[in-house]
Design a protein around this ligand. Structure first.
Ligand SMILES: Nc1ncnc2c1ncn2[C@@H]1O[C@H](COP(=O)(O)OP(=O)(O)O)[C@@H](O)[C@H]1O
Ligand SMILES: [Mg+2]
Length: 225
């Protein structure tokens, strides 16, 4: 669960990226966060992952308070969530299998568990047949799905994707959204950040509209309704 109350973030003492944001996301929800470039979307993501601490307000994610969170507790918070970055952040020299396996190896899991979980998430994203390939040999959409598999492999309660369809054509974009929908139906909370209104209008989901650091609208349905 995500609970932000009065969360503000000011960079360098004067750049107001978020202004008193109140946001609650219950377990099992699917939420789009949309808004123009510079609205504060990535800052919101960084607050949720504890990369950035709020300048004011209180924030809690999956039972961890993000204000004053100890550095030694951050890895535990981060194991409750999977993050899909816009630029994928895959390791080009490692295979698809290894890219996904690394995320679970750091938790101290044994080889057998690693193999089972990696095989299972590669199946979910439809990439079992490309496990031995390396990211540069894959299309943009396939690299995206490797990044999603990696985010899923530790069975997180929450998946957050920042502009996951920014580099994809409309058909791949639809496929990615279907995949997030499937992941959500499996019980994972999904938060998708995007600046593309067309992406959200196809899906009858909750849409939080952010502009200039403020939530201007929070409702279920397409953005234009
Ligand atoms: N590390 C930073 N230092 C200073 N200003 C920043 C930093 N990160 C973001 N900003 C500013 O904060 C505002 C919100 O940025 P961001 O959260 O990246 O928005 P979005 O992801 O919606 O495009 C912008 O004005 C941006 O220039
Ligand atoms: Mg951004």
């Amino acid at each position: 669960m995500i609970q932000l109350t009065g969360v503000s973030k000011t960079y360098n003492g004067y750049i107001k990226a978020l202004r008193s944001v109140d946001l609650t996301v219950e377990d099992g929800e699917f939420v789009f966060i949309i808004g123009p470039s510079g609205a504060g979307k990535s800052t919101l993501l960084k607050i949720l992952t504890a990369e950035v601490e709020p300048t004011a307000g209180t924030a809690e994610v999956n039972g961890y308070s993000l204000v004053g969170l100890k550095a030694s507790d951050k890895p535990y918070l981060r194991r409750t969530m999977g993050v899909v970055f816009q630029d994928f952040r895959l390791i080009d020299k490692k295979t698809v299998y290894e890219n996904v396996a690394l995320a679970i190896r750091v938790t101290g899991a044994g080889n057998r568990e690693i193999r089972e979980k990696v095989d299972s998430v590669l199946k979910i994203v439809g990439l079992s047949h490309k496990a031995k390939r390396k990211p540069p040999e894959l299309s943009g959409g396939e690299q995206q799905r490797v990044a999603i598999a990696r985010a899923l492999v530790n069975s997180p309660k929450l998946i957050i994707a920042d502009e996951p369809t920014g580099n994809l054509d409309p058909e791949r974009t639809k496929e990615t959204m279907r995949l997030f929908n499937q992941i959500n139906r499996m019980g994972t909370t999904v938060v998708v950040i995007t600046h593309e209104k067309s992406v959200v209008n196809d899906m009858a989901k909750r849409v939080v509209y952010l502009e200039n650091g403020c939530i201007l609208r929070d409702a279920t349905g397409g953005y234009n309704q």
